[in-house]
Design a protein. Structure first.
Length: 247
């Protein structure tokens, strides 16, 4: 009788151990998957070509602190760990989840601080004006060399005026449909709908705004309308997301 009870207890004990092992293994798999995705994103920015960074005057923050001198004052970047930084400028302090590449540019009336974003796959920009106004926006996709974020910063500071949809080039229009833009390129052909406003940035560059994109962001499309560009006509250069509470 005792032997029978001992066998039953051993079976229950073995079953409990198997259940515990299965739970621990499941937790390990979940942690491994989450870490692999995190590491994949992290490595994507760690291996950005150094030549691209140098050409665009980006700073690779290896040490715990970097001080960048500008004509508007010092910008201090403090590294907490590989993805957490504190950016300080005068009396302003920004706690950012970011990657270690930073760029600080002087505009006519502002400083533009840029870095690869952790949450949105693109470049996060903090625009600080001399009058204290702050704009936060994202540029998609990630590109360290282009100057489209500078164009967009000038737009946010009011350097470009809104135009009517009727003033757009015919190649951008879609018949009599208002607020709808025709996008044609070598590999794309689609329609941008429900655009609320349009701005002209240059002879061939237009900016379209979708205010109802989400609860948190206003979406802007920067579109090229260069007539001579046969292969890529009307293509989207960049997409910008502006945080609504700061606009």
């Amino acid at each position: 009788m005792n032997n029978l009870l001992n066998k039953e207890e051993r079976k229950k004990g073995a079953k409990s151990l198997l259940i515990i092992f299965a739970i621990m293994f499941g937790i390990y798999i979940i942690i491994w998957f989450i870490w692999s995705q995190y590491e994949k994103v992290l490595n994507e920015f760690k291996i950005l070509p150094s030549l691209q960074i140098e050409k665009a005057n980006w700073y690779n923050i290896y040490s715990n602190k970097k001080i960048i001198e500008t004509k508007y004052g010092e910008v201090k970047i403090e590294k907490i760990d590989e993805t957490n930084f504190i950016v300080k400028y005068k009396d302003k302090e920004f706690h950012e989840k970011a990657f270690r590449y930073f760029n600080v540019r002087e505009l006519d009336d502002a400083l533009l601080i840029s870095f690869p974003s952790f949450y949105i796959r693109g470049i996060k920009n903090i625009l600080i004006r001399k009058n204290g106004e702050i704009y936060t926006f994202y540029k998609v996709p990630t590109d360290l060399q282009d100057e489209y974020d500078v164009y967009f910063s000038k737009f946010l500071m009011g350097n470009f005026e809104k135009i009517n949809f009727s003033d757009l080039p015919e190649r951008l229009k879609t018949g009599d449909v208002e607020k709808t833009i025709n996008i044609k390129a070598k590999y794309t052909n689609f329609i941008l709908r429900d655009m609320d406003k349009v701005y002209k940035l240059s002879k061939n560059m237009y900016l379209f705004m979708n205010e109802d994109f989400s609860a948190n962001y206003i979406e802007y499309y920067l579109v090229n309308a260069e007539e001579e560009n046969i292969e890529e006509k009307n293509y989207i250069l960049r997409i910008f997301l502006v945080e609504k509470q700061l606009r």
